[in-house]
Design a protein around this ligand. Structure first.
Ligand SMILES: *[C@@H]1O[C@H](CO)[C@@H](O)[C@H](O)[C@H]1NC(C)=O
Ligand SMILES: *[C@@H]1O[C@H](CO)[C@@H](O)[C@H](O)[C@H]1NC(C)=O
Ligand SMILES: *[C@@H]1O[C@H](CO)[C@@H](O)[C@H](O)[C@H]1NC(C)=O
Length: 584
């Protein structure tokens, strides 16, 4: 059973492809050997089509997709005296003002956009920017003071500007020189974005508004959009994020020398109740109808998802420390301990009879549904829809050691495997902006423009063989370097889980409208702690490897996160940090 060694010949090729696919490219800050200066016309002629030349739109427009009621998707959010409205590339209300075509992600450069067609009474807060190696897709907020406070309006013009960067003297392929300005706010106000110009003249003080400090929250830099020498452009987000955090993401960028954190601009803050613009339960149903993902299992998968009820009614049992015999579990888990602690005194285990055990481990795709948690994000300007799936068993990890694939036997196996993906929607219009793919203790956000869809707006994703980590694209994803590491294979098999079959298990802001199933409030382990000797498992595996690869395998295993090793028993959705907080 241990060490099913398979030789794969196409592995080098596969691995190189997969590394490219495997994540938001962690490209380093560029050190571009800038090419010789060439004239603008020449470079435009030579310029290849860029991903950003295409504007991304969801496969099906969602404008009329939402049932009426409440404030969700009504176009404007009132932060308590300051109204904000979303301008976006998909609504053609962000217009390109400048681009550079070298450096940054994939060496393609980045572009800057400004809100246009701003509704009456609203003002620009700053510009938007994104790398050129992705389809054009982004948004940014404009604001209107509705405080009726003439002495202390929620918006005020800047008193001055500071020039943060200018590209005038650089011999780079760009749309003419650019001057990046930081608005200098009056006392008691803060800048939340930058203004750019194409001449050395300071922009007019009417171009942008600063925000009263009590409507701002601290920001942090997030992804690097572009950099040259010590100059960097970052997208920013509130430092404090989660269900109860009032910080609102503005969709502006921070341009600065070095990487000072917090950056020179602030985020917005919602002073109204955070849930005010969240979807009601009918709207949640519509959201799932429009966006419920479709999950593809690997063709060789042995351990399928199931419903929690199937797991409980097909033999899973509750063990209590100090008690010889385990207890059966009721279909909804009502006899699981319900206090919010993990004292290590309980765990869920498989049935002891071998045949029953094997059956439960295999799962039951027919019974499987998804478990949905809906929560506010970014001060309630966004809705996060976390969609959980349950697998009774996580199969053995698989390693790639040069040309060999090793099944790591007991290493990586555990009972009770919770996985999730999260949809992030704008509460201005219900547009899907990003999707998070969880990969055990980590994961990645991708923009809606970077994922695959089927049947309209339904995101497709792939569950990795045995480990069930979620990936946006099929292929080999390797945790490691130089052709050596733990492999997560994904492929479009015939086994598919339509996550549109769902149960809404929690939406705190809807109060008693949503009844949480008892199993959700079980804070203890969903599987036993590790009960094998890792060193011994490694020794068994090493017998099958040529000498020089033995130490390589040891190194792989040593570097495995404890979740893969199964040292920590797996816990349920509510125990994970992302239940109340942002994804990592
Ligand atoms: C400079 O920017 C203004 C708008 O701010 C635009 O009308 C003009 O065409 C730009 N000039 C160049 C050379 O890009
Ligand atoms: C759970 O199931 C039990 C019966 O096993 C039932 O009495 C109880 O009402 C159910 N609880 C919930 C919250 O559905
Ligand atoms: C591969 O899967 C393991 C768990 O099975 C996970 O911890 C790891 O992050 C994944 N690696 C990559 C590169 O996605």
């Amino acid at each position: 059973m241990v060490g099913n060694v398979r030789i794969l010949f196409s592995v080098f090729l596969l691995a190189t492809q997969a590394i490219g696919l495997s994540a938001i490219p962690p490209w380093k800050k560029l050190h571009v050997p800038w090419k010789n200066h060439h004239s603008k016309e020449k470079s435009i002629n030579k310029r290849q089509a860029l991903a950003i030349d295409t504007t991304f739109n969801l496969p099906v427009p969602v404008k009329n997709a939402w049932p009426p009621g409440g404030n969700f998707a009504s176009g404007i959010i009132d932060l308590g005296g300051l109204q904000v409205h979303e301008t976006s590339t998909s609504a053609s209300t962000l217009t390109k003002v400048w681009g550079v075509y070298e450096g940054g992600a994939d060496g393609k450069g980045f572009s800057v956009y400004e809100p246009t067609g701003i509704p009456q009474g609203f003002h620009m807060l700053g510009s938007y920017s994104q790398p050129n190696n992705k389809p054009l897709f982004g948004w940014n907020l404009v604001a209107k003071d509705v405080s009726a406070n003439t002495n202390n309006p929620t918006l005020k013009k800047p008193v001055n500007y500071k020039l943060v960067w200018n590209s005038g003297s650089l011999k780079i392929d760009q749309d003419g020189p650019i001057y990046v300005w930081l608005p200098i706010a009056p006392d008691g106000y803060k800048a939340v974005g930058h203004v750019v110009t194409n001449t050395t003249d300071q922009p007019s003080l009417d171009r942008v508004m600063c925000v009263r400090s009590d409507f701002t929250d601290q920001c942090e830099t997030n992804n690097l959009i572009w950099g040259l020498d010590t100059f960097n452009v970052f997208d920013v987000r509130p430092s404090n994020r989660g269900i109860q955090a009032p910080g609102v993401r503005v969709g502006t960028f921070a341009a600065q020398t070095g990487t000072p954190n917090p950056p020179s601009i602030a985020c917005l803050k919602n002073n109204n109740p955070i849930p005010k613009y969240m979807p009601n339960s009918e709207q949640i149903k519509a959201i799932l109808q429009v966006y419920s993902p479709v999950m593809y299992l690997h063709p060789d998968e042995d351990y399928f998802p199931s419903s929690v009820e199937w797991f409980f009614t097909n033999g899973a049992v509750l063990y209590k420390k100090g008690q010889e015999n385990p207890e059966m579990i009721t279909p909804n888990g009502s006899n699981l301990p319900q206090d919010p602690h993990n004292d290590g005194a309980y765990y869920i285990g498989l049935p002891s009879a071998a045949a029953a055990q094997e059956k439960v481990k295999r799962g039951d795709l027919k019974s499987a549904i998804s478990y949905v948690h809906v929560k506010p994000m970014f001060g309630g300007a966004f809705t996060d829809v976390a969609i959980w799936t349950f697998y009774p068993f996580n199969g053995p990890a698989r390693a790639k050691v040069e040309f060999l694939t090793l099944n790591l036997g007991k290493i990586g196996e555990h009972v009770g495997d919770w996985e999730h993906v999260t949809l992030r929607l704008s509460n201005f219009n219900g547009e899907l902006k990003q999707v998070y793919f969880s990969q055990h203790s980590k994961g990645m956000w991708l923009d809606s423009s970077e994922i695959e869809y089927q049947s309209g707006n339904k995101p497709m994703y792939y569950s990795s063989l045995h480990g069930h980590a979620s990936y946006p694209h099929a292929g080999l994803h390797l945790l490691g370097q130089n052709n050596v590491g733990i492999r997560n294979d994904t492929a479009k098999g015939d086994s598919v889980l339509d996550l549109g079959a769902f149960q809404l298990v929690s939406a705190e802001y809807l109060g008693s409208e949503v009844v949480e199933p008892p199993w959700l409030n079980y804070y203890r382990e969903w599987g036993p702690k590790i009960d094998y000797d890792i060193d011994e498992e490694v020794k068994k595996l090493e017998k099958m490897l040529p000498g020089r690869l033995k130490s390589t395998l040891e190194n792989i295993v040593k570097k495995l996160p404890s979740e893969v090793l199964g040292e920590e028993g797996p816990t349920g959705p509510k125990v994970k940090d992302n239940w109340n907080g942002d994804e990592r």
